[in-house]
Design a protein around this ligand. Structure first.
Ligand SMILES: [Zn+2]
Length: 457
């Protein structure tokens, strides 16, 4: 393991300039979900130059797979590259958009895609040097902030992978032991009959009445669903004017639950509630499924390997200017709010007193976070592992101006390269030890139910 770690670290160090250029370029040209044309091209061109065979997938624009090697186990890494709308921010310690209203990399996917690329290239190199047969894959996964890789999973693109790994920029270094919530996002469109609200109310049937009764039914339902179910909604269409009985109105709802099976059982009852609202108001309804994700099933065998790999790759040291940057940036997050990133994943609260995470933790076993990840669907079809790397100061959460700022910093680029090295070493350890890989697959067969997307009600 030490020899492989050295090979991987030196390979990534010798390519650092290219990797940092990728992190920087994608951060400077943020492309939102489904629009990642340039970001995807950067990865495809780089991988092709490094000897990877590129296959573009028809299921989603800007999705692809790069593969190197012709025999041996398939070890795959996933990269994301979409930005968030409205999050434009300079790499600075105060709120300062590059262009107000423009997108920005507030989830650090400029780092995520690059770290996984470094992992794929370094693993292919180290395995070849050591004479270990392997097929290394990089999955280019667009639109993570929206539909995500669900169409790729449904098309069976991950089915033959022996192990799939990824990472996420964060404020701590830890294997991703915790699970995530399954979710389903859907719009209930109600249709009634317009009329003058004062002159002929008796001839109108209000779609907004149906929306309100439907939403109210959700409030009563909350008490009688499985523990851990969350329902959040907005009225996405409430009509146009008070003096027109609304013929169209809509409720945009997210259902979250501990797992995909619970999503399906709750969704069935919610459909009944929508029917009930229609019956009461003499309206009709239709649903539009926006997106939906399964819960994440961490593969302990792979997570253990990742924990070991993280301890086997020395953490980078921030330069003085990087320390100052992180300290000033962290100060913009109120002390009490810093626990919001630590508590949900079971990280020790004492960490809130530090500026950056200078060691490797191992948090989150048995925990579930409220948010959802499309890695969840992948974990239903292949043994899957994840880790977090501290690219941001402690207490800086994803989807904030601070995380966007930090994701464009030289410190984040270093930390992302470290994450890439940890993933590569994890892949190496799995590929050189067939018994370990078999253990991961056996665990997967035991823990993952048959796959069905939460979008398929
Ligand atoms: Zn993200």
């Amino acid at each position: 393991m030490d020899k492989a770690a050295a090979k991987i670290t030196s390979f990534i160090a010798s390519n650092a300039a290219v990797y940092d250029w990728i992190s920087q370029s994608i951060w400077e040209n943020p492309e939102t979900a489904f629009n990642e044309e340039k970001s995807s091209a950067i990865y495809r061109e780089r991988l092709a130059d490094s000897g990877f065979q590129i296959t573009e997938f028809p299921e989603m624009p800007h999705s692809f797979m790069g593969e190197k090697g012709s025999s041996g186990p398939v070890i795959a890494f996933m990269g994301e590259y979409d930005a968030l709308p409205g999050m434009s921010q300079r790499c600075s310690t105060s709120r300062e958009p590059v262009s107000p209203g423009a997108p920005g990399h507030a989830c650090g996917h400029n780092l995520l895609g690059m770290g996984s690329l470094a992992a794929a290239e370094a693993l292919a190199y180290a395995a070849q040097e050591s004479g270990i047969p392997i097929r290394v894959r990089y999955y280019g996964c667009p639109a993570e902030e929206s539909l995500g890789r669900i169409p790729l999973v449904k098309a069976g693109r991950f089915n033959d992978a022996d192990a799939v790994m990824t990472w996420h920029p964060a404020d701590v270094n830890t294997p991703h032991r915790y699970t995530t919530s399954a979710n389903l996002a859907l719009i209930f469109n109600f249709t009634g009959k317009a009329s003058h609200a004062a002159m002929a109310p008796q001839t109108g049937r209000s779609a907004l009445d149906a929306v309100q009764l439907f939403n109210l039914s959700l409030e009563f339902m909350r008490e009688h669903v499985q523990p851990g179910v969350m329902l959040h909604y907005v009225i996405s269409n409430g009509g146009d004017r008070p003096n027109i009985v609304p013929s169209k109105a809509a409720s945009f709802l997210y259902i979250r639950a501990p797992n995909a099976a619970v999503i399906r059982s709750v969704a069935k009852r919610i459909l009944k509630a929508a029917k009930g609202a229609c019956l009461m108001t003499e309206t009709g309804y239709s649903i539009e499924i926006q997106h939906g994700k399964c819960d994440y099933i961490p593969n302990d065998t792979i997570q253990d390997v990742m924990a070991q790999a993280m301890r086997g790759i020395p953490l980078p040291e921030p330069a003085e200017a990087e320390r100052d940057f992180m300290k000033t940036l962290q100060a913009t997050v109120p002390k009490a709010d810093r626990l919001a990133t630590l508590d949900p994943i079971g990280a020790p609260r004492e960490l809130a007193a530090q500026v950056w995470h200078d060691s490797c933790g191992d948090f989150g076993r048995g925990k579930r976070i409220g948010g959802s990840l499309d890695t969840g669907d992948v974990s239903y079809v292949a043994p899957t592992g994840q880790m977090n790397a501290a690219t941001w100061p402690i207490g800086v959460g994803a989807h904030t101006w601070q995380s966007c700022s930090a994701s464009g910093s030289s410190w984040a680029f270093k930390a992302a390269r470290w994450a890439g090295a940890c993933l590569a070493l994890s892949g190496f350890m799995l590929a050189e030890n067939p018994a370990l890989l078999e253990k991961a697959k056996k665990e997967h067969r035991r823990t993952a139910p048959p796959y069905r997307s939460t979008m398929d009600l």
